[in-house]
Design a protein around this ligand. Structure first.
Ligand code: SF4
Length: 234
């Protein structure tokens, strides 16, 4: 609301961006230029010791994902897969008990993650999305809105997943493949901070960015109006 124009960093055409380089510039819709008071007010949040420490460790972890930083001029050389990043960050924060909230469609991935986390010395609590075996009818889902029409189908219960992990007092939670929207509910109801290890994409091997990379070719339909690119096609 502050300043002129709706922030649109995703459309920023500036090369020497003010948010990245000293003495840089921003376009008209630049939030760095237009949201000064908001930025100043918000930065006070980092004055809270727990928030500051979390942010500080996340920033240290970010840099440690690159090697040979002493070689100038530096060329980015990342070396750590995200699962390693998660383990290292959790260790930095002194976390001992980790929650894994996973999708029933990724049981072996959850099992492997569990093994990795235990191998790294963490205590692990894991809860599957279908926990509770609550029928989808409970939230008003009709037969034709199910995957398995005409059959019993458990609803995904991210609120239950989060609440069980809250009751287990996990220090930090890790999401593995929760659906769009179910993940949102988990974030909302989890007491502990949460990170995402796996972002579900049923078609692209849990690599949703592939559709963005190929939006100039095989996924060009996503740039047509219509939620699934078939608008007007009946
Ligand atoms: S903050 Fe300003 S300069 Fe940086 S990306 Fe956004 S619009 Fe561009």
């Amino acid at each position: 609301m502050e300043g002129k124009g709706v922030p649109a960093c995703a459309k920023c055409p500036v090369e020497d961006k003010i948010c990245l380089v000293e003495g840089g510039k921003g376009p008209k819709f630049c939030p760095t230029e237009n949201y000064g008071k908001t930025i100043e007010r918000t930065m006070r949040e980092y004055g809270k010791s727990q928030v500051r420490e979390f942010a500080r460790m996340a920033s240290i972890q970010e840099a440690e994902c690159y090697i040979d930083r002493h070689i100038q001029p530096y060329v980015l050389h990342p070396v750590k897969p995200r699962v390693q990043e998660v383990c290292e960050f959790a260790k930095k924060m002194g976390y001992r008990k980790l929650g894994v909230a996973f999708c029933a469609g990724l049981p072996s991935e959850a099992q492997t993650l569990n093994r990795i986390l235990e191998a790294q010395g963490f205590e692990v609590v894991s809860v599957v999305c279908k926990v509770g075996a609550t029928p989808k009818e409970k939230i008003g889902i009709r037969q034709e809105e199910k995957i398995w029409i005409g059959q019993f189908e458990s609803m995904c219960s991210p609120i239950v997943q989060a609440t069980i992990l809250n009751e287990e007092k996990t220090d930090f939670n890790i999401l593995v493949g929760l659906c769009v929207g179910h993940d949102s509910l988990f974030f909302k109801y989890s007491d502990a901070f949460t990170t995402v290890l796996v972002t579900k994409d049923r078609v692209l091997g849990h690599n949703p960015v592939a559709a963005l990379y190929t939006s100039g070719t095989y996924y060009a339909r996503m740039l047509r109006p219509g939620i699934d690119g078939t608008d007007g096609a009946g």
